[in-house]
Design a protein around this ligand. Structure first.
Ligand SMILES: [Zn+2]
Ligand SMILES: [Zn+2]
Length: 119
């Protein structure tokens, strides 16, 4: 009987630890999103691809795709990369734009660069 009780307590302890981890992850996501000033750009504000090298206009057949990393809207060609972004809570591959894909390693391996207003 004592063994079962011990196992139950261990399970509860483990569940609590996981909960704390989830809370910490969430706090980290919020912190990063504030740091990088991320926002999900609304579809209706964008009528062409946000990649300045592309600028393809959106049409019935060329649909908008949001990058999960920067929140900007791109055409299909410019968001054909996918990667997990654990820092934002995406542990599985999600759609990211080509510019972000190239930067992902740098962005999250190093200390975030403090954003300063050019005043
Ligand atoms: Zn992006
Ligand atoms: Zn594009």
């Amino acid at each position: 009987m004592a063994k079962i009780r011990q196992e139950t307590e261990a399970a509860i302890h483990e569940a609590n630890a996981r909960l704390n981890q989830a809370e910490r992850d969430r706090a980290q996501v919020l912190h990063l999103q504030n740091t990088f000033r991320l926002s999900w750009v609304p579809d209706e504000l964008v009528n062409c691809c946000s990649n300045y090298k592309c600028r393809a206009p959106f049409t019935q057949t060329r649909r908008r795709h949001h990058c999960r990393c920067c929140g900007r809207v791109f055409c299909h060609n410019c968001t054909d990369q996918s990667a997990p972004i654990p820092a934002f809570g995406y542990n599985q591959n999600v759609r990211v734009c080509n510019p972000c894909f190239a930067l992902l390693d740098e962005m999250f391996c190093e200390e975030p660069i403090a954003y300063t207003d050019p005043t």
